[in-house]
Ligand binder design. Structure first.
Ligand code: CIR
Length: 263
C-alpha cells in the first residue's frame, strides 16, 4: 500500500473557545464554535470510517490556532519531526504536542532553528517530499528538515508557495502516487511537472486543500465542480463543512496529523 496516503492513525485537536483569537489574513467574521465543533466531529467520523484509530486531543485555549494540528509536527513511518512554526503565536504549539508523539514514536527529532517550518507547507508524496517556502517556512527550516529525514530515505524538494497564499498545501493535495489536486496558479509554477494534475474548478481554489486518507478524499463542502473532477477520476469524495475553519484560513489537511508508525 502506498505510504503517502495509507494510514493507521490520526491525531486531531478539538477547537477551543479561544479560536476567535486565531490568526487570519482577512477578517471575514467570528468563527462559530458550535458549527466548528459539529464539522470537526463529522471530520473525525470520516477518518474513523476507514478503520483508522483517531485520537482527539482536548482543546488547548493557550494556543488559539492549535486545532490546526498539522502545522506542529510531521509524522513518518520511521519517526516524528517536531516543527518550528513561523507564526510567533504558534511557536509553542509544537513543543506542547511533543509528549503526545512519544506515545507513538521512539525516534523524535526537532527542527531546532534558526529556521522555521510549518506542516501546512509540506506535501509528502510517494517518492519525494515537496516543501513550499512561504511566510511561515523559510529556506533554513527546509534545509534542516532535509538533514533530519535523509537517513530515513526521504528526498526533500524545495518549491515556492504562491505569494499571498498561507501554505503550500492551501493550494494542493495528493490524490495518489502520481496525481495531485492543485490550483492553476500553483501548477503554473511547474512544481508538479511529472505528476498528473487535476485542477480545481474555476472559482473553487479553496477546494485545493483536500487530502487522501486511505480509500477516501476529504474535501471542504460547497465546491461541486471540484468534487465532480475528483469523482470522475475515480476518487471517493467526502465533503465536510469548513466554513468556520475557513474564516481562520484553515482547511481540511490542517485539522489532522495522519500517520502509520512502523511499530
Ligand atoms: C494560521 O494562520 O496559522 C491558522 N489560522 C491557520 C492554519 C492553517 N493550517 C494549515 O493550512 N496547515
Amino acid at each position: 500500500m502506498p505510504r503517502s496516503y495509507t494510514f493507521t492513525d490520526a491525531l486531531c485537536r478539538l477547537p477551543s473557545t479561544s479560536i476567535i483569537d486565531g490568526l487570519r489574513a482577512v477578517d471575514t467574521g467570528t468563527p462559530d464554535l458550535d458549527i466548528f465543533a459539529k464539522d470537526h466531529a463529522d471530520y473525525v467520523a470520516a477518518l474513523r470510517s476507514t478503520g483508522a484509530d483517531v485520537r482527539v486531543l482536548p482543546a488547548n485555549a493557550t494556543y488559539p490556532d492549535s486545532v490546526f494540528i498539522e502545522d506542529a509536527a510531521l509524522l513518518f513511518q520511521e519517526g516524528a519531526i517536531v516543527t518550528r512554526p513561523g507564526a510567533p503565536s504558534r511557536l509553542g504549539e509544537a513543543a506542547d504536542l511533543a509528549p503526545v508523539l512519544e506515545d507513538y514514536y521512539s525516534d523524535i527529532r526537532w527542527i531546532k532553528g534558526p529556521g522555521f517550518l510549518e506542516g501546512g507547507d509540506v506535501l509528502v508524496c510517494e517518492a519525494e517530499i515537496l516543501v513550499g517556502q512561504s511566510a511561515r517556512t523559510d529556506a533554513a527550516g527546509i534545509a534542516e528538515l532535509q538533514e533530519l529525514v535523509a537517513d530515513w530515505g526521504y528526498k526533500v524538494r524545495e518549491v515556492q508557495t504562491p505569494p499571498g497564499v498561507l501554505h503550500f498545501k492551501t493550494d494542493c493535495s495528493l490524490m495518489d502516487e502520481e496525481t495531485v489536486l492543485a490550483t492553476e496558479r500553483l501548477s503554473a509554477s511547474g512544481c508538479f511537472d511529472g505528476y498528473r494534475v487535476l485542477h480545481t474548478a474555476p472559482g473553487e481554489e479553496a477546494a485545493a486543500n483536500a487530502f487522501r486518507f486511505n480509500d477516501i478524499v476529504l474535501m471542504p463542502a460547497g465546491f461541486p465542480g471540484t468534487a465532480e473532477v475528483l469523482a470522475k477520476a475515480g476518487l471517493d469524495v467526502r465533503p465536510i463543512g469548513n466554513t468556520e475553519a475557513a474564516k481562520l484560513d484553515g482547511g481540511m489537511s490542517c485539522l489532522s496529523l495522519r500517520f502509520a508508525p512502523k511499530g
